[in-house]
Design a binder for this molecule. Structure first.
Ligand SMILES: Nc1nc2c(ncn2[C@@H]2O[C@H](COP(=O)(O)OP(=O)(O)O)[C@@H](O)[C@H]2O)c(=O)[nH]1
Ligand SMILES: [Mg+2]
Length: 263
């Protein structure tokens, strides 16, 4: 494919999304798409894209899925893509939400022929230095979780309250959904294409951050092989977290819906 600017009309008309992408193919390496959902991440996004590109992973593409951030995150990505041809921007202008953005991003990655999809936050809580380890591990399984709770991992998130919430949520989800992985709420993950193709994105319940659980649950019960690699999770470097009480309540309800749907 050419390295020029392309508008992907099918996604645009289906979801009122503006798509900017530049694509170079590389037949010798699997195509890797690192998907980063963003909302008001202008202090982080350019540095993050630079850090990912500094890894020099062959045939790695970055996809930023931005929900029309008021701080103009998407403009920075658009600008960066002019000089970095493996950068894609999905600029969504309606139906804001971390979950809906994730679904749109996964579909975009599939439509662009990604073989491997990495998903991570924009805020450096998921450090790009772990990407090579995720990619190495995916060679022997279908899903890799960057895990705070396996040997060598750590949760250095904002203090006691946030860590306690994570602890309770994690154990509750493990019990309700019956998933035996250690870090089921980690949003730093790597998937083989076939996983994303087969988890039923069109039937997803999640609109918000709880999508992380839905993706894992569906992957788990499809029988895909899941591995966890240790990560040290840091508090976000810049900007504000979007995870509030409402998101937690939505997450809790969604987990029960998933459970009841699959009884
Ligand atoms: N596209 C999009 N991204 C979002 C939205 N809400 C949060 N994000 C991004 O999703 C990631 C996780 O959100 P964050 O606020 O860090 O949640 P936390 O890690 O649970 O505190 C970050 O990269 C955010 O910028 C949203 O509504 N739309
Ligand atoms: Mg975060």
């Amino acid at each position: 494919m050419s390295g020029g600017l392309k508008i992907s009309a099918n996604i645009k008309s289906a979801n009122n999304i503006k798509v900017t992408n530049n694509t170079n193919s590389d037949k010798n390496h699997p195509k890797i798409m690192v998907m980063i959902p963003t909302y008001n991440e202008k202090e982080n996004i350019v540095h993050l894209m630079q850090s990912i590109n500094a890894l020099n992973v062959p045939n790695l593409h970055i996809l930023v899925v931005d929900d029309n951030s008021p701080d103009g995150t998407w403009k920075l990505v658009k600008e960066y893509s002019k000089t970095h041809p493996h950068t894609h921007l999905l600029h969504r202008t309606k139906d804001k939400g971390r979950g809906l953005a994730g679904i749109a991003g996964f579909k975009f990655a599939l439509s662009e022929g990604a073989d491997i999809i990495v998903e991570m936050d924009a805020d450096f809580s998921h450090h790009p230095k772990y990407i090579p380890k995720l990619l190495e591990t995916i060679k022997t399984c279908d899903v890799v979780l960057g895990s705070r709770f396996v040997k060598g991992g750590k949760d250095l998130d904002r203090g006691f309250v946030r860590q306690t919430i994570t602890y309770l949520a994690r154990n509750l989800i493990r019990i309700i959904l019956g998933i035996s992985v250690y870090d089921c709420t980690s949003g730093f993950r790597c998937f083989r294409r076939k996983v994303i193709e087969s988890i039923g994105l069109d039937d997803f319940i999640s609109k918000g951050p709880e999508i992380v659980q839905e993706v894992l649950y569906n992957s788990y019960f499809k029988g895909f092989k899941i591995k966890e690699v240790p990560i040290v999770f840091m508090d976000r470097r810049q900007g504000e977290s979007t995870l509030g009480i409402q998101a937690m309540i939505d997450g809790f309800i969604m987990v029960w819906k998933l459970r009841l749907r699959n009884i």
